[in-house]
Design a protein around this ligand. Structure first.
Ligand SMILES: [Zn+2]
Length: 467
């Protein structure tokens, strides 16, 4: 007998945490931070519903903070076991977890300086040192589906999920868990990729399993049908005609590399002129290097570019500014160019310095390529505000404002069905996770209608017996 409990990533897209317990072992699948609404974020501060010291191991589907950002907290609370994930995920976590810790520490010090805390002094959820300790526990695995032991009586395997670099489907096999004494297999889709994304491979077909958790971020929506590459070419060419600068706020890991990949292709195809491309973000510089190191994650297009002796993640005239000095040097440049900088929603980072300089001039363009959450500077500009406050200065927005909606790292509901068609046989029971309540319910209904499987959208803290 085994039990599966849902401690996050249900009723919301954040905080993913699923616990498998048997008489012999306890394993946590994903260890995400809750983000967004205050009542969700407060869960990060509550005692976890299981003793971190009692876990044999943690398995990670992919590096995004809503799947990994609670790991250093778990370690701070006494977890000392191995953390299993793909090699690509381990590479990205070396960049992301220390950064997440820095944000936690900055947040605590901000609350202390401004007396915004009931607890004095306010403490960070975890520190950079906790993040470093967490990285010491990583045990990277091949992303090829091979099963290996991860706890007494439990094996697990990772295979390509096509969501972001290194992302995995995780299959967990529990010895003798069934009432018939046979083993039981539980498949975690993690976040499932959008088919035909540049650079990374498409999700592999789901392996046979008894129980399945499938994500439902887009359970009730379909992607914008606009081809992002064509839209990008149009926006670049229009900015060139006006002799302006194209500023793109972009998440440093994933979206930045996709943009570089598309700009290089457009240059090679002669659809845009060769322009100076400036990637101004230390995290983006580190992530781009990580991307280049793992050929097992690359799709056929990427490999064929390499075979032509071209660097897939380099445009003809590109400078990546990792250090502050390199970033400052970019300020002296003049003329039409493309600047890609983080953070993607303009909540901080170097992009704000560029925005201060370029927003007031109507020759320039600001281009949004990702979701802009309510309350962020990015959202205000996108909503048409003619003035925004940056570093407490009012900045007029006179430049052109563009948005490309077709970029996405998630499968929409039709793509999830496409993926599920590859399932060799019906699972006994399935669960839709990682969606707002409406999306998770809609995804469950799509699966019932198309396959007739038993599928539910579980609630927070729900437990089921894996019989
Ligand atoms: Zn994700």
């Amino acid at each position: 007998m085994a039990t599966l409990s849902f401690w996050g990533g249900v009723g919301t897209v954040t905080g993913s945490k699923y616990l498998i317990e048997t008489k012999r072992g306890r394993v946590l699948i994903d260890c995400g931070l809750f983000q967004g609404l205050k009542e969700l974020r407060e869960r990060n501060w509550q005692d976890p519903p299981f003793d971190p010291r009692s876990l044999n191991s943690v398995l990670i589907t992919h590096a995004h903070i809503d799947h990994t950002g609670y790991l250093p907290r778990l370690v701070k609370l006494g977890f000392k076991g191995p953390v299993f994930c793909s090699r690509g995920t381990a590479d990205l976590l070396k960049i992301m977890l220390p950064d997440s810790a820095r944000l936690q520490e900055e947040d605590a010090s901000y609350r202390n300086r401004h007396n915004l805390t009931k607890h004095s002094p306010a403490l960070p959820l975890y520190t950079e040192e906790d993040a470093r300790e967490t990285l010491d526990l990583m045990q990277p695995q091949p992303n090829n589906g091979d099963l290996s032991p991860i706890a007494p009586g439990i094996r697990a395997g990772f295979s390509i999920a096509g969501h972001i670099f290194g992302s995995s489907l995780v299959l967990v096999e529990i010895e003798g868990a069934g009432t018939d004494g046979a083993g039981r297999r539980v498949l975690f889709s993690g976040d499932l990729g959008h088919y035909d994304q540049p650079i990374i491979r498409d999700p592999v077909a789901p392996p046979a399993c008894d129980y399945m958790l499938v994500e439902s971020t887009y359970g009730d929506r379909l992607h914008d049908p606009e081809d992002p590459k064509i839209a990008l070419a149009r926006i670049i060419n229009e900015t060139v005609e006006r002799g302006g600068v194209l500023l793109v706020p972009a998440f440093a890991i994933g979206r930045t590399q996709e943009l570089i990949y598309f700009i290089r292709e457009l240059e090679e195809e002669g659809q845009i002129p060769v322009l100076p491309v400036r990637v101004d973000s230390p995290m983006a510089a580190a992530a781009t290097q990580a991307y280049q190191r793992r050929p097992e994650e690359h799709d056929e297009d990427y490999t064929s570019v390499l075979a032509r002796n071209r660097q897939p993640l380099r445009t003809r005239s590109m400078i990546t500014a990792a250090s502050r000095e390199e970033s400052k040097r970019l300020n002296d440049e003049r003329g039409t160019r493309i600047i890609i900088s983080a953070s993607g929603m303009m909540t901080g980072g170097r992009v704000l310095h560029h925005a201060q300089r370029f927003l007031p001039d109507e020759k320039n363009t600001i281009l949004f390529v990702g979701y802009q959450a309510a309350g962020t500077i990015g959202r205000r500009i996108l909503d048409g505000d003619r003035e925004v406050s940056i570093f407490k200065h009012p900045i007029p927005v006179r430049c052109r404002v563009e948005r490309i909606g077709g970029f996405s790292a998630h499968a929409d509901w039709q793509e999830v069905l496409r993926w599920l068609k590859g399932m060799p046989s019906a699972p006994r029971r399935s669960f839709t996770t990682h969606g707002e309540p409406q999306a998770a319910e809609a995804m469950a209904e799509h699966i019932r209608q198309h396959f007739g499987w038993r599928v539910d959208a579980p609630r927070y803290a729900e437990s089921v017996e894996l019989e």
